[in-house]
Ligand binder design. Structure first.
Ligand code: ZN
Length: 251
């Protein structure tokens, strides 16, 4: 077939995925065979779970749209939930459980601290991560772009920052989680939902001063870790409040 040219314009922060010389510019791709729009977009470095809206010659299309002749393409990122979303958007916002790759231990801990269900296994390989993602219908959080581009990934996000608190703010915004935050309800070590624990029952596991000063305890039903609002608590609470107020700050 006759070679053709696809002119792509990436909007908003999708530009971070492009090579530095291509950012905020029109990218021309010469193509010699029928190709899906998804493959053309990913060939520029942008993982499909980051793409929320595609226009080909000003028409809204899906990922499987094939290109066979010259076209102008506009590609838009997921925007905060308060903007008007049409039914044609490609990404879902209402996903509340996640799987993180082995490099995101800090983000995982933060997300659990504010009550979210995050599967994490530091030693898991890519195949295992993807299996957990599919089986438990979780969104994949990873800074491995290749992994995010895997065809079976439906929902996912690439944290822009390398700082766990910043990453937490990003994820809350991306998946619109502010209303669902429930601090101190989940085990930081193993992700299980905590239960109230009767002090008398756990007495033998407590340090002497903890026995004296605290009366309310929670326990993880799986790993048996005991939690209480000890001296570290005000500091944690302050951190959570900071993360929350920044996540809600749309400016
Ligand atoms: Zn636990």
């Amino acid at each position: 077939m006759k070679p053709f040219t696809v002119r792509l314009r990436f909007h908003g922060d999708l530009n971070i995925f492009l090579r530095s010389g291509s950012r905020d510019r029109i990218i021309d791709r010469q193509i010699a065979e029928k190709t899906s729009i998804k493959d053309v977009i990913e060939s520029c470095g942008v993982p499909h779970p980051e793409v929320d809206l595609i226009l080909v010659d000003e028409q809204v299309v899906g990922f499987d749209q094939t290109l066979a002749s010259d076209a102008e393409v506009d590609v838009f990122p997921v925007v905060n939930a308060d903007t008007n979303r049409t039914e044609k958007r490609l990404q879902t916002i209402g996903i509340y459980s996640f799987v993180t790759d082995g490099h995101l231990g800090g983000l995982t801990r933060n997300m659990r601290l504010i009550g979210f269900d995050v599967a994490y296994d530091r030693g898991a390989d890519d195949r295992q991560l993807l299996a957990v993602m599919v089986r438990q219908n979780r969104a994949l959080l990873t800074r491995d772009r290749r992994l995010l581009m895997h065809a079976i990934v439906q929902h996912g996000y690439y944290p822009r920052s390398q700082n766990p608190d910043e990453q937490t703010i990003e994820v809350i915004r991306r998946f619109d989680l502010t209303e669902l935050i429930a601090p101190f309800t989940r085990c930081l070590r193993c992700n299980a939902v905590l239960e109230e624990a009767d002090k008398a029952e756990i007495m033998d596991k407590l340090e002497p001063l903890t026995k004296i000063y605290y009366d309310q305890f929670r326990r993880c039903p799986d790993c048996k870790q005991i939690y209480w609002s000890g001296s570290h608590f005000p500091k944690l609470q302050k951190r959570i409040e900071e993360i929350l107020s920044r996540a809600q700050d749309k400016a």
